[in-house]
Design a protein around this ligand. Sequence first.
Ligand code: HEC
Ligand code: HEC
Length: 391
Amino acid sequence: MAASRLPLLILGIALAAGAMQACAAPAAARPVCRGPAGWDAACLRARYAGPSAGWPAPSIDPGIAWTEWTAVPPPSSPPLAWTAANAGQAELAADVARPDIVALGQTLFFDSRLSRKGQVSCASCHLPQRAFTDGLPLAVGEDRLMGRRRSTPLYAAPFAPRLFWDGRAATLKEQVQGPIHDSREMNHDAAGAVARLRDTDPYPARFLRAFGPAPASRPPVDADRMARSLAAYVATLRPERTRFDDFIAGGADALDDTELLGMHLFRTQARCMNCHHGALLTDHRFHNIGLSFYGRRNQDLGRFEVTRDPADLGAFRTPSLRNVSRAGPWMHNGLFADLKGLLRMYNAGMGRDAAPANPPDPYAPRKSPHIRPLDLSADDIDALLAFMKVL
Ligand code: HEC
Ligand code: HEC
């Protein structure tokens, strides 16, 4: 008796949940500032005129802790909320406040002597004018060896609790040592790079000025100091100021009607705020938005390759969207050469997951529940695109 009632009970709960959703639906179907004739630009302008606290509520799924868009913290600000949690970050926070260390890091960033054959610098793959990416779908290192992923834009790096598309590095200092060693990037070892810098003017003097004499007769140039300066420089990188900053600072008039509509859609019907929020338009978290190419030639399981947790299959870190129009081609694998194509894919809810296999495949990635078809019109997509370009 009890056993036969259980499925009914579950059915009842399911129906009740369905009814609740049905109740919520009409509210969602009545969008702000949209009448029978379409979007009302003056209405949108009025709704976004004041401080963000008075703006229309964004569409956020239950359980997501989102934060409002804000100004980007200045370069001198100590990087991050996570400073206290990690002893290494206290060192970084002190280093960014020392101009000699940051300037040394900048010089190193642009110096191809860090690579074995002197062919590539950090800036070969992280060009300042391209939001610190390189314009290629997959990064190309020394001897033109292809990497597996696209160069990450660096604006989120000062604030991200974990680095790389898959979060495999915990600190900037740990991260910057990666490319020097990587055979597909700079193909060097820290000792080799350090030995070269010791023999190269003006590095010994600049290391000495930045860090002071090394303890116990060690030379002033060493691998730890090299990594510290590079990390300090990267921690001071900030996106170029745009009209989006003027908008955040309190003026809907900083955006034209199309951009304003795109901004509104981004926050509401297009659901982008679920992941692209906060000062850098990223939650710094990992999501599978359906680009893992599971079982295909370019398969990349992302965060799972680091954690081996099936929940992380195909998940990549949400990138910052600041200055995003300069950062293409987009996504961890440079899949989209054109932003409009990317927006059309979001509109379609991205690709479909593989059909459930029999027996079930425990390693088949499952797309994030926050990625869904959006029902945006062609004009809506154009508006979103216009908004992407002011970011
Ligand atoms: C051959 C191209 C190449 C070179 C050279 C290179 N990088 Fe990168 N960089 C990449 C790629 C590709 C990624 C993303 C890799 C991944 O996530 O698996 C990346 C990621 C990063 C990140 C992580 C950003 C984030 O938010 O996760 C930082 C920081 C970074 N690089 C700094 C540097 C520094 C500093 C140097 C020089 C010491 C350097 N890179 C040299 C290609 C390169
Ligand atoms: C579930 C979280 C989530 C939602 C919702 C979401 N994104 Fe993303 N976005 C991501 C992740 C994760 C990536 C990186 C995925 C990858 O490379 O495989 C990404 C990448 C991007 C990129 C590429 C940036 C770059 O430098 O490569 C753009 C542009 C973008 N998203 C725009 C949007 C827009 C516009 C919306 C709303 C229509 C949106 N996103 C909704 C998580 C999300």
